[in-house]
Design a protein around this ligand. Structure first.
Ligand code: C2E
Ligand code: MG
Ligand code: MG
Length: 761
């Protein structure tokens, strides 16, 4: 089928040129009739073979072509066999029936599968029809009608041809305006109609122009050509796509269409100009009558365009204000809203409001382990929950995992903080995502306008500062306070410098001792990363570890800290002290297939037994993708590394669940440890955790011990070890030996061992 169409076309073209040598008699006309019949057959067979889905328009066209061909056959019979040339004749009847069928076929094709009229295509076709109609009227319709010689029937038939031509032109313009893609098949069909139209014009002109009448037989190749083009169109494989466009019709004006419409409209003045130049009668009235509908149509077309442009600009404005993922408002819109609240009224007062900045805790880990798709679903669900929780406010997504809730109107600090707590409470219920349930926690930073800031950008920045404070606070809510540490270097800036900093050894490790409570002996140190930044000074891990996790630089960072810590452990060993080190991992490490090898290599490189290394994972990390992390954790356990769960109690894992992981130690988060002396609930939690852990064979280290009272309480609860500012702050490696000596001299006394145990006892 691929090349059949053009072989047919080339052979046919040769043939139709060839018929000019034949005399104007039976053989020539019989050949034309045969071509017509072949075209009809090809149209029916071609659309079937090419798998056209909606064949009705093609069958209508084929029926039209068949009538046309029947007209040819009848004319041949009359002229060449019977030798009469009446006008009008039965042949005219067949020809005239062809037009409505062809027009209907074109109309169906134009509407295609959309099945609705494309308004602009209709308008464009009417504009062209008005212009062409005027010319046809002046040139053919009016003269035929006023032809005094003809009978009424002859005059009617004479008028019917140009009118029918006009209908075809209108439908053809409609079709090409409605179709988005100009496929070869569409071009062939259009070509066939243009050829018919041109031939028709000459044929009708023959009635008035003797020179044309004398050469009317020269039109025969054109009639034949139209048949060939129809047949070829149906044979072309692209016939399948004509009328198949599912896309919304183009409302716009392409440069080509503008030119085309301008040409159509300029037909009016051109007609007057031509008539004036040639000294013919000027059809003033006709041109005026044609202008009226034309003006109306152009105005309608313009109105459509204006409407569409307005819709588009509305849509763009909406898009510019909307977060694409959640459909909530975005930062831009939120900024405008805040600005509106800060515009002073006539009396100088401003309405103000409260901005609550809500961020999902540990969202990076969720995204990393559960995948971006789940992350996206979660963001949407979180947005929806915020909207439900704050019916009196506006929720916007401000980027990443943070949302803004704007509560308009004067709000007291207490009330805003209460609202923040309510929002947090709304997250107690887990999110039921397809296939899994996720519980998330949020931190909320609160800033008030105009109390904390008088511009939108300041308010956002203050809320962000409050959010950072909230993330470090116990209840994860904080109201902005002037003395809060603002900003610091931006994460993207730091990330761009991190790799160089690793090479330049700006990234260093401080160590914090871990003390066994019963003996007062230092049993290990935790490695805590620091960045000695040349501009910003000493940066803690919060300043750059989360961003390194987001950007994937965490892999290098962890290996750097691991290498540094093991090198240090080797130095201590060489000086006669065995000090196990504990290194913090990030979730990405557990998803990294090479990580186990990296750890093994590092241990071998520094000749440190695996039992001297502890690796800390947070519980959410291990929980998020149990399958993958269990594998890595199992391999690390097999190496002999001690695995512990850091910040225990801040996530949602149960001890029973953790028991399935090869972890051997729990580090109870300092938010619980902090309260063991003052707060009965914290004390109860810590006590029961220690007991349960012991039953499960896990040892417990308490984090964040700041005073001796806490230390004693923990000892009484039979906690194995403790770590905290009250025992020793994180310090550079060289200060560790002295610190150990101090601790081992002091703590045994605190815990009731009168005499410090001699070393090595
Ligand atoms: P973490 O592993 O829970 O480390 C304990 C953090 O609590 C350290 O903060 C330590 O300085 C602080 N701390 C210790 N005792 C006390 C105390 O008595 N009171 C108070 N208020 N704080 C105490 P730091 O060094 O800022 O580290 C913060 C977190 O950053 C660490 O929490 C750990 O999760 C992460 N981190 C530190 N170094 C690394 C690292 O090399 N890699 C990774 N992935 N994370 C790291
Ligand atoms: Mg830790
Ligand atoms: Mg911790």
């Amino acid at each position: 089928m691929g090349s059949a169409w053009w072989r047919f076309l080339v052979a046919g073209a040769a043939l139709s040129a060839g018929i000019l040598v034949l005399p104007i008699a039976l053989p020539r006309n019989a050949l034309i009739v045969a071509t017509g019949v072949a075209a009809v057959a090809l149209m029916v067979l071609g659309v079937r073979a090419n798998g056209v889905r909606d064949r009705l328009p093609w069958y209508l066209l084929a029926a039209g072509v068949a009538c046309w061909s029947a007209g040819d056959a009848l004319w041949t019979l009359l002229a060449d066999v019977l030798g009469v040339e009446p006008f009008p004749s039965v042949a005219d009847a067949a020809y005239l029936v062809a037009y409505p069928l062809l027009a209907a076929g074109l109309h169906r094709l134009a509407r295609g599968r959309l099945r609705t009229a494309d308004r602009t295509a209709v308008l464009d076709s009417l504009i062209v029809a008005t212009a062409v109609g005027l010319v046809l009227w002046v040139a053919f319709i009016a003269p035929s009608w006023t032809d005094a010689e003809g009978s009424v029937l002859a005059r009617l038939v004479g008028v019917a041809y140009p009118v029918a031509d006009l209908a075809l032109v209108t439908q053809l313009v409609h079709l090409s305006a409605a179709q988005r893609s100009r496929t070869p098949a569409l071009r062939l069909v259009a070509g066939a109609f243009v050829v018919v139209f041109v031939a028709d014009m000459f044929f009708q002109a023959a009635a008035y122009i003797p020179a044309v009448e004398a050469r009317v037989a020269w039109l025969d190749p054109l009639w034949m050509g139209a048949y060939l083009l129809w047949g070829a169109a149906a044979l072309h494989p692209s016939v399948r796509e004509v009328g198949e466009s599912d896309l919304a019709p183009t409302e716009g004006l392409t440069p080509r269409r503008v030119t085309f419409l301008a040409l159509a409209v300029s037909v009016l003045p051109t007609l007057v100009l031509v008539e004036a130049t040639l000294g013919l009668r000027i059809h003033n009235m006709e041109v005026t009558f044609a202008s009226l509908p034309l003006i109306g149509l152009v105005v309608l077309r313009m109105l459509g365009l204006v409407r569409r442009m307005r819709e588009q600009s509305d849509r763009l404005a909406h898009l510019a204000d909307t977060d694409f993922l959640t459909g909530l408002e975005n930062t831009r819109r939120m900024t405008v809203r805040v600005d509106d609240l800060l515009v002073p009224a006539a009396d100088g007062s401003v309405r103000g409001g409260a901005l609550l900045l809500v961020a999902i805790e540990r969202f990076t880990e969720i995204n990393d382990t559960l995948g971006l798709r789940t992350g996206d679903l979660l963001l949407r669900a979180v947005g929806a929950r915020l909207v439900a929780a704050t019916p009196d406010g506006t929720v916007a997504r401000l980027g990443g995992e943070s949302f803004g809730v704007l509560l308009p109107g004067p709000t007291s600090s207490d009330h805003a903080t209460e609202r923040a707590a309510e929002i947090r409470a709304a997250f107690a219920e887990p999110f039921l995502l397809p296939e899994l349930t996720v519980t998330v926690d949020v931190a909320v930073g609160v800033a008030l306008a105009p109390a904390d800031a008088t511009t939108a950008s300041d308010l956002l920045q203050r809320a962000d500062v409050a959010l950072s404070a909230a993330r470090e606070s116990r209840d994860l809510v904080a109201r902005y306070a002037g003395q809060m540490r603002t900003g610091g270097p931006s994460a993207p800036q730091l990330m761009s410098e991190l790799v160089a900093a690793l090479h330049a050894d700006e990234v260093v490790v401080h160590y914090q001792p871990q003390v066994e409570l019963e003996t007062g002996r230092v049993v290990g140190v935790e490695a805590l990363v620091r960045w000695e930044h040349p501009v910003h000074g000493l940066l803690g891990p919060l300043a750059f570890v989360p961003a390194a996790e987001r950007t994937g630089l965490i892999r290098q960072l962890t290996l750097h800290v691991l290498d540094r810590s093991l090198a240090q452990a080797a130095r201590w060993r060489a000086s006669g002290r065995t000090i196990p080190v504990s290194v913090n991992l990030s979730v990405r490490n557990l998803l990294d297939p090479h990580f186990v090898d990296d750890v093994r290599d590092a241990l071998e490189r520094h000749r440190i037994p695996a039992t001297q290394l502890e690796l800390e994972i947070t519980e959410t990390m291990a929980m998020l993708d149990p399958h993958r992390s269990v594998e890595v954790l199992g391999a690390l356990d097999d190496l002999g590394v001690l695995l512990s769960v850091d910040d225990y109690g801040t996530g949602y894992s149960s001890l029973a669940y953790l028991q399935r992981l090869p972890v051997r130690r729990l580090k109870i988060d300092r938010s619980f440890v902090d309260g063991v002396v003052r707060d009965a609930a914290s004390a109860a939690i810590v006590r029961s955790t220690i007991e349960l852990a012991r039953h499960l064979g896990l040892t417990v280290v308490a984090e964040g011990v700041e005073d001796d009272a806490t230390l004693l309480a923990l000892l009484e609860m039979r906690c194995l070890a403790a770590q905290g500012y009250g025992l020793g702050r994180p310090v550079p490696a060289e200060r560790i030996p002295d610190m150990i000596d101090e601790i081992e001299a002091r703590v045994p006394e605190v815990v009731g061992l009168r005499v410090p145990l001699p070393r090595g006892a």
